[in-house]
Design a protein around this ligand. Structure first.
Ligand code: S3P
Length: 436
């Protein structure tokens, strides 16, 4: 499937963005091993999270979709049943890495598989520390899935300093720590998204988080039980980012995105865009267990920026959006310290460089980043390959909403992994887009 995008000035209206993907995954995982019934509102019904839900139903958890609200009958920490077949997790790295941590604590064996993209993603980053805990967990010689897990009799806690800024690695170890003999201590030098810490607290896990300067110390004790909890999931900031970009670069635009997750470990893009000159206001902030609020965005003249490397983990999924914002800004934008982009659903540095080239943007690619020269003239009637990566497809589609002629984004199937109604929302906001 491909997107066809044509120019049409101005975006307007109020929009609700689908639920946060990271929180949706974690809500299914915690609720499944809790005691009692949890109700999840705002759950993201995208392919990635639905694969997580399906995997838990295959391990005996009853999950009911009641008009979009997920009602989960938790089976308790030791109540999961051995799956009858391999657990297939589609495109979702979060499902595989977090579930691997949870599954090393079970008294049965399991095997995790995925699609072509997931089958090429690095798993040693979780396998090595989980083995240090005593887990019996294996992958291919290339360090990629399938991931096989044997019943591990003894899991020890230990002190682990994260060698890469990865919330998935941190969370995988946190799930394993629930089943350990001793406390697990995780040291994080670059702060990554803290949804697992927040959700563990909500489900009554014994967890302490200490922050000294930029270093975080997370201690998780083994648990006897998790308490069922009702969860309200706000809109996904990473999905909102595409509409923030669209309103900024399209003339005469003003849009309001309602009830968006504003966890500060996720929203560095807002600060960066505001520094670049973006007219963005936050309204109606709600400080629940995860903060949320409305975001008002108006057309803006952006200027290039030298991105502070420290911010990269807090806007890692929004970098494709920032690349396009930089292309439409005046002056140069310099991004470094973003080598993790090469380990996402595609090599996003490489994939975005193809998009920029097709758009007619001058750039210089580095192993860990890119310099992008802002442009006033773009190519027209272009074709962009998204490499099957949802975020490359959506960022490129928004860029094409400023281009003359009819433009095409190829291989967009995986947009449904994170943003199933992207096309409908684009259309209702005024973007001229179709699927063929
Ligand atoms: C995620 C963490 C990030 C992010 C991914 C979701 C999560 O990955 O890119 O889309 O839900 O924990 P890393 O932690 O590997 O950087």
């Amino acid at each position: 499937m491909n997107f066809r995008v044509k120019k049409k000035d101005s975006l307007n209206g109020k929009f609700i963005i689908p639920g946060d993907k990271s929180i949706s995954h974690r809500s299914i995982m915690c609720a499944s091993i809790a005691d009692g019934e949890s109700k999840i509102t705002g759950f993201l019904h995208g392919d990635d999270c639905l694969y997580t839900a399906k995997a838990f139903t295959e391990m005996g958890v009853k999950i009911d979709n009641q008009e979009g609200r997920m009602v989960i009958k938790g089976v308790g920490m030791n109540g999961l049943q051995a799956p009858k077949k391999d657990l297939y997790l589609g495109n979702s790295g979060t499902s595989m890495r977090l579930m691997a941590g949870l599954l090393v604590g079970q008294n049965f064996s399991s095997k995790l598989t995925g699609d072509k993209s997931l089958s090429q993603r690095p798993m040693l980053r979780i396998i090595e520390p989980l083995r240090n805990m005593g887990a019996e967990i294996f992958c291919e010689e290339s360090g990629t899935p399938p991931v096989s897990i044997n019943h591990s009799k003894n899991l020890n806690g230990f002190k682990y300093t994260l060698p890469i800024a990865s919330a998935q690695v941190k969370s995988s170890l946190m799930f394993a720590a629930l089943y350990g003999n001793h406390e697990m201590e995780i040291v994080e030098n670059d702060q990554t998204r803290d949804h697992t810490e927040k959700m563990f607290k909500k489900f009554g896990v014994n967890i302490s988080v200490e922050k000294i300067n930029n270093t975080k110390n997370i201690k998780v004790e083994n648990s006897k039980s998790l308490l069922a909890s009702d969860i309200n999931i706000p809109g996904d900031f990473s999905s909102a980012a595409f509409f923030i970009l669209a309103a900024l670069i399209n003339p005469n635009s003003e849009i309001l995105l309602e009830n968006i997750g504003l966890n500060p470990t996720r929203t560095a893009l807002l600060d960066v865009l505001i520094k670049m000159g973006a007219d963005i206001q936050i309204k109606n902030i709600l400080n629940e267990y995860e903060p949320s609020g409305d975001i008002l965005i108006k057309t803006s003249n952006l200027i290039g920026i030298d991105l502070d490397e420290k911010l990269v983990p807090n806007l890692i999924d929004e970098l494709p959006v920032l690349f396009i914002a930089a292309a439409f800004a005046s002056g140069e934008t310099r991004i470094r310290g973003a080598q993790e982009l090469r380990a996402k659903e595609s090599d996003r540095l490489e994939a975005m460089s193809h998009s920029l080239k097709a758009l007619g943007v001058n750039f210089k690619l580095y192993s860990d980043g890119i310099d992008i020269e802002g442009q006033t003239k773009f190519n027209k009637s272009i074709k962009i390959d998204s490499f099957g990566d949802h975020r490359i497809a959506m960022a490129s589609a928004i860029a094409c909403s400023r281009l003359d002629g009819e433009n095409e984004i190829l291989n967009i199937e995986n947009v449904s992994t994170s943003f199933p109604n992207f096309i409908d929302l684009c259309k209702s906001s005024g973007i001229n887009i179709d699927i063929n």
